[in-house]
Design a protein around this ligand. Sequence first.
Ligand SMILES: NC(=O)C1=CN([C@@H]2O[C@H](COP(=O)(O)OP(=O)(O)OC[C@H]3O[C@@H](n4cnc5c(N)ncnc54)[C@H](OP(=O)(O)O)[C@@H]3O)[C@@H](O)[C@H]2O)C=CC1
Ligand SMILES: O=C(O)C1=N[C@H](C(=O)O)C[C@H](O)C1
Length: 275
Amino acid sequence: MSSAGAAPRRVAVAGASGRMGRMLIEALLVSDDCVLSGALDRTGSPALGEDAGAFLGRSTGVIIGADLARGLADAEVLIDFTRPEGTLEHLAACRARGVQLVIGTTGFDAAGKAAIGAAAKDIAIMMAPNMSVGVNVVLRLLDQAARALGEGYDVEIVEAHHRHKVDAPSGTALQMGEVVAGALGRSLKDCAVYGREGTTGARDAATIGFATVRGGDVIGDHTVMFLGPGERIEISHKSSSRGTYAQGALRAVRFLRGRAPGLYGMDAVLGFDPT
Ligand SMILES: NC(=O)C1=CN([C@@H]2O[C@H](COP(=O)(O)OP(=O)(O)OC[C@H]3O[C@@H](n4cnc5c(N)ncnc54)[C@H](OP(=O)(O)O)[C@@H]3O)[C@@H](O)[C@H]2O)C=CC1
Ligand SMILES: O=C(O)C1=N[C@H](C(=O)O)C[C@H](O)C1
């Protein structure tokens, strides 16, 4: 699907004053094929009424507002890195208006995921807990490693993030767990162990363990360990900039141009073969 010569895609950003919202606005302001068309934040946000570029000392003419109808009026796509309750509200508004969605928010429960799946019958949605190219390559490495190692290696997933993160384990860690569990023929729901304390007993070989570190300004570190007899393999990814997530989100915006309704992942955006 070529977009050569096409008009820039008009993109609204939700959570405009958040860490990712600002990264996305900065990326959109230097993009030559996407333009910022709207900026949303939640009711009560101190950012309401500010120019979306004010944090960069720039005037964009796009004012941050809480009114979804106004914020989406000129948008083809909404990029949403907020909180599950915010995203689900935005989802309904996008569905009603035929606006496509790029969802980076993590921490959805089963009902939230089902609502996103239902909306994808009417609009094209790209959703991924981590939009960096590196993490999505790591997901493929994990699939290969788990298939090659098979049973006999204990799997433990350790992640670290900044002190402001509100969900745990991270969406990325959970997706890594899903990939490894799938490759080993297990269901993550049945084999995940989220933290250990007290007299835990010996480790059950069929489990996948998760450990969470929160502190400082860590952008996002993930390590998956395969611990076997006489050796261990560790596959790690460390983010040093949120710019990689923002660039991934813009790739998703380009990918969605002209796309039929459906729920897409980062593997489709990056053109990876199905595993
Ligand atoms: N998929 C990916 O590649 C990545 C995903 N993430 C995920 O993105 C999300 C946001 O992360 P981050 O930018 O660090 O978080 P921030 O807290 O910095 O930003 C969140 C923004 O959303 C706003 N918000 C909060 N609640 C609501 C709501 N109910 N309705 C509308 N807006 C709301 C916040 O407003 P206020 O500050 O006023 O509360 C803020 O502007 C998280 O779920 C995180 O895990 C993060 C990085 C990469
Ligand atoms: O909240 C964050 O910061 C991040 N959240 C995502 C997640 O939960 O996996 C992606 C990245 O790790 C940063």
